[in-house]
Design a protein around this ligand. Structure first.
Ligand SMILES: [Zn+2]
Length: 403
């Protein structure tokens, strides 16, 4: 247990080891944590030998060997090349099994891998038929799960969609529909949390303990990394900065309130600003608007600059609440970051309470961040660590009504 905690600062990409929790862990969950640590080192340093794994993790070689055997049996890891050394033993190197595949979908209010309709059943059936076709095309691979990025908040335990004001799918059982047809493990996750997890897995946030990721599309979403942990909180609702009220006299938001941050700062807001300036050209998409701005169209530039200004102003909510070291943006406006990033930066600096403004940046994966994150959630949930955490949370409810 101690060794997994000790290894965390020196190992690339390990972000999920919570020291406060480790002290409470049973020996069974310690094994799960060690398993996650080993899998994470293989993922980030592959190809890697068992001896290297023991050194990097601080675990006993015998513990590493038994975890590796388990990961090979579960098909997460495979043995590959033999490392050639001038003398001594020639260890077999380990790598993630690239024959193992996770199907992912990024569901958004107006688009997914396939065009979406407002009615959940036929929309999901379209995605399922795409996934089935993909599986048939790659019959030599082992499909381990389905990860779905959602434009809303998902309760990680019940896997139900708690809040998705821009999607309007009601209480439709999305996970059940995928499970019934795909017969695989299915994980739903919030789009912003998926994008943040993708950044963590890529190693680009190495050394950063406190970060906030803001997604900008039809709405404005958020994900929080606090003290090295992704914070989802009760019912997965943490991070909804987009629904903080900025102006109670502002336009009506999808959540039912007036003047939320997202009605001023989302891609839909930019389209509304553009329609106000040029009512005759009101039917453009956000991608067309961004292209017009790149071509120097003054109305498009004005609309997107106004959106960027509001994005920057709203970051006061983020900096005052969480004081992150880094704020990352994902989504539409990041495709013209050189133009609009400085607008956001100036507003961010103007709204700081004290100290330097956090570093501002964009996610590297663009449109793929949510998909990679959805796959990462399936990988993460596959391990016992997450299950142990859920169990520990259930067993320890100090403020429950019955106590
Ligand atoms: Zn709202």
């Amino acid at each position: 247990m101690k060794s997994s905690a000790r290894s965390a600062p020196t190992t690339r990409g390990i972000k999920r080891i919570d020291l406060a929790y480790v002290q409470l862990a049973t020996s069974e969950s310690a094994r799960d944590i060690n398993r996650d640590v080993v899998l994470e080192i293989i993922r980030s340093q592959q190809p890697v030998s068992r001896a290297d794994l023991a050194r990097a993790s601080g675990l006993q070689p015998s513990t590493v060997s038994s975890i590796v055997e388990q990961l090979i049996a579960e098909k997460w890891v495979k043995e590959g090349a033999i490392e050639r050394r001038p003398r001594g033993r020639h260890p077999t190197l380990l790598a993630l099994n690239d024959g193992l595949v996770i199907l992912t979908a990024d569901i958004r209010p107006k688009q997914a891998i396939v065009p979406l309709v407002s009615e959940p059943e036929s929309a999901i059936n379209k995605i399922i038929s795409c996934m089935k076709a993909m599986r048939a095309d790659h019959s030599n691979r082992s499909f381990e799960g389905v990860g779905i990025s959602m434009p809303g908040r998902v309760d990680s335990e019940s896997q139900s969609l708690i809040l998705a004001p821009n999607l309007k799918w009601g209480s439709y059982n999305i996970k059940g529909a995928f499970e019934k047809e795909m017969r695989l493990q299915v994980e739903l996750t919030n789009a912003a949390n998926a994008a943040l997890l993708a950044e963590l897995w890529s190693g680009r946030l190495d050394g950063i303990r406190n970060a906030v990721l803001i997604t900008v599309s039809e709405g404005v979403g958020g994900a929080i990394l606090a003290n090295g942990q992704i914070v989802t909180s009760r019912s997965g609702l943490a991070g909804e900065f987009g629904h903080s009220p900025i102006d109670p006299t502002g336009p009506l938001c999808g959540c039912g309130q007036h003047g939320c941050w997202e009605v001023f700062a989302s891609s839909n807001a930019a389209l509304r600003y553009y329609a106000e300036i040029c009512p005759e050209k009101a039917s453009v998409t956000i991608h067309e608007l961004l292209r017009l701005a790149e071509e120097g169209d003054p109305a498009a530039l004005a609309a997107l600059t106004r959106q960027a200004t509001w994005l920057g102003r709203g970051l006061r909510l983020v900096t005052a609440a969480l004081a992150p070291e880094v704020i990352l943006f994902a989504g539409d406006i990041t495709t013209s970051w050189a133009r609009f990033g400085p607008v956001i930066q100036a507003e961010l600096e103007a709204t700081m309470l004290a100290g330097d403004a956090p570093q501002l940046g964009i996610t590297n994966d663009g449109e793929f961040a949510r998909l990679r994150g959805a796959a990462a959630v399936v990988l993460q949930r596959h391990s016992g660590y997450q299950r142990s955490r859920l169990k520990a949370a259930k067993d320890k409810t100090p403020y429950s009504a019955s106590s």
